[in-house]
Design a protein around this ligand. Structure first.
Ligand code: CDP
Length: 210
């Protein structure tokens, strides 16, 4: 069972991906953490986020485990991640590791921006998760506050709009739904509702495939 989940910032794709992975008992890779960790590595070395050579070096050296999530999931790192993620050579450096993860014999769930379009276009189950920007900003503000970060709703909404524009507008692997992705709008759904809707999509896709 290979499931590819994509969508914009704070659409609920990470929570959904974790939930599906647990349900099907397969490993989960949050690919956003790779870009966040690349940005963090550059910052730690005192390098600029547009230093391509250094960024590629950091990206190549990443392990796919033991991420310092408390640090990486902060607001600043989301913004920095979307800057390094727009560098084609950085994306290239991270492709093989993601594809190896996706190729595990037991299957996997991967979530990100280009999973269905670039990393595993062969996945039969592709879900593109969306939600209204205001709803996403509300969820992200709650999440950040829960992590102890002081946040202002208007700033978070502004971040989300900026990130949407950067992620959708870049030339390499822009954020977009694969042609055969099922669309899942979670604006009016809670975690359980989104999971139930996703499970239905998985079952329908699996039925078509068999
Ligand atoms: O959790 P959230 O959706 O806010 O962010 P994330 O999934 O951790 O991704 C952070 C940033 O990394 C995004 O804004 C994208 O620019 C980039 N990213 C990407 O380009 N491709 C991926 N497969 C995953 C993330």
């Amino acid at each position: 069972m290979l499931i590819a989940i994509d969508g914009p910032a704070a659409s609920g794709k990470g929570t959904l991906a974790r939930r599906l992975a647990r349900h099907f008992n397969v490993p989960h890779l949050d690919t956003g953490l790779l870009y966040r960790a690349t940005a963090a590595g550059l910052i730690d070395k005192g390098c600029r986020l547009d230093d391509v050579e250094k960024a590629v070096g950091v990206a190549r050296g990443l392990a796919l485990v033991d991420f310092d999530e408390a640090r990486l999931r902060g607001r600043e790192m989301g913004e920095a991640a979307s800057v390094v993620a727009a560098i084609p050579a950085v994306r290239e450096a991270l492709i093989d590791a993601q594809r190896r993860f996706a190729g595990r014999p037991e299957g996997a769930v991967l979530d990100g921006r280009d999973i269905g379009t670039v990393i595993c276009p062969q996945a039969r189950v592709k879900i593109f998760v969306t939600a209204a920007p205001e709803t996403r900003a509300q969820r992200r503000a709650l999440e950040l506050a829960g992590r102890g970060e002081k946040v202002d709703f208007a700033d978070v909404l502004e971040d989300i709009r900026k990130r949407d524009a950067r992620d959708s507008g870049r030339s390499t692997a822009p954020l977009r739904a694969a042609e055969d992705a099922a669309m899942l709008d979670t604006t009016l759904l809670d975690v359980e509702g989104a999971f139930a809707a996703a499970l239905k999509i998985v079952q329908e896709r699996a039925a078509v495939a068999s």
